[in-house]
Design a protein around this ligand. Structure first.
Ligand code: SAM
Ligand code: SF4
Ligand code: SF4
Length: 334
């Protein structure tokens, strides 16, 4: 199955809930939102069925995200089923870490191999400010608990925003190297509609790399696979796993093999989509596997998304970004 630019669908990102116990300023700063009704959430049975179908269409990697995935009751039950699906070569959960200390053991026991934890600063006050209430100590406990139970790698995701946390780049890198965590710096993106993104707030990859190289002799090792989002770096002695996800200044749409399922069962072909295809309606309307496969194929084969490249072309030409409706990140999963 290939889209209009010959890209296959290989990575499935599933938002298991749009709810979150943080209110990160760059993602979902609003206290209230039109949350998805519980009855509209995909059930585990539906998620497992869809995952099997996506695997038949070429998907190899599955990421559970949200919102905050650890808020979904019995997530480990879903994981235990997903790991048994032949063809799922990689499974991971992306979490804010607040509930990880209490859940790491159960997640590992269910068969989860690895985890991504979002952490943008090691300063407790700043952490509280960025997440609007998060407790850094709990997240750090979560990180170490994940490591202790054998989740590997434990990867830290840090969104870097100008004027907010550039000075945290080196401390985060030191922390990750010292404790054996992988680390990904992420350029601040204009996801959703409520984070008041401006180009001036982006710290470009080149600048992040320059800051890092002040403290560490780093070597760029590039992407492992064309579809990877991160460009990776190593210390001169080969240690460390640090990467930068430059979605804004070095967009990677050409190799984008990511397909998303929203918590309410919409199939979304780009992080910047305005809407998705209602695959849950098919599931709940009694469609056969063949009918669902045909519908997914139709949507994917029509795909022409390359928003980050278009954004970069507009930014370089000094043109304003066209305002467009888009789904919030908590709905479609980061
Ligand atoms: N709640 C979980 C978490 O925070 O890890 C999972 C969902 S969150 C939407 C997934 C990832 O998206 C996180 O690593 C988060 O930092 C990232 N993210 C959210 N808003 C972003 C933005 N405006 N720019 C870049 N990354 C963003
Ligand atoms: Fe919640 Fe994750 Fe978004 Fe922060 S980045 S508001 S933790 S979903
Ligand atoms: Fe993929 Fe859309 Fe991001 Fe481009 S902008 S890399 S098409 S999700």
């Amino acid at each position: 199955m290939r889209d209009q630019y010959q890209r296959p669908a290989k990575d499935l990102r599933i938002s298991v809930t749009d709810r979150c116990n943080f209110r990160c300023l760059y993602c979902m700063p609003l206290p209230e939102y039109a949350w998805v009704e519980r009855t509209e959430l995909l059930t585990f049975e539906e998620i497992v069925r869809l995952t099997r179908l996506f695997v038949r269409l070429g998907v190899e990697k599955v990421k559970l995200t949200g919102g905050e995935p650890l808020l979904r009751r019995n997530l480990e039950g879903l994981i235990a089923e997903l790991v048994t699906i032949p063809g799922v070569r990689d499974l991971c959960v992306t979490t804010n870490g607040a509930l990880l200390a209490e859940k790491a053991e159960r997640l590992r026991a269910a068969g989860l191999p690895r985890v991504n934890v979002s952490l943008d600063t090691l300063d407790p006050e700043k952490f509280r400010r960025i997440t609007q209430g998060g407790d850094l100590a709990r997240v750090l406990e979560g990180l170490f608990a994940a490591q202790r139970v054998g989740l590997y790698p434990v990867k830290i995701n840090a969104v870097i925003e100008r004027g907010v946390n550039e000075e945290d780049i080196i401390p985060l890198a030191r922390f990750a190297l010292e404790h054996g965590f992988a680390l990904r710096f992420i350029e601040y993106m204009d996801v959703g509609t409520v984070n008041q993104w401006r180009w001036e707030k982006v710290v470009p990859k080149a600048e992040i790399a320059r800051i890092l190289s002040r403290a560490f002799p780093l070597r760029e090792v590039g992407r492992e696979r064309e579809s990877d989002t991160a460009v990776r770096y190593q210390l001169a002695d080969g240690r460390g796993d640090i990467g930068i996800i430059a979605s804004v200044t070095e967009p990677f749409c050409a190799g984008c093999t990511r397909v998303r399922l929203t918590s309410d069962g919409k199939l979304v072909t780009c992080l910047f989509s305005a809407d998705g295809y209602d695959v849950k309606a098919l599931l709940r309307g009694g469609a056969s596997d063949e009918e669902i496969l045909a519908a997914i194929r139709r949507v994917w084969e029509a795909r022409r998304d390359r928003y980050s490249e278009e954004r970069w072309e507009a930014l370089r030409a000094g043109q304003p970004l066209p305002p467009r409706p888009r789904l919030e990140m908590i709905r479609l999963g980061g």
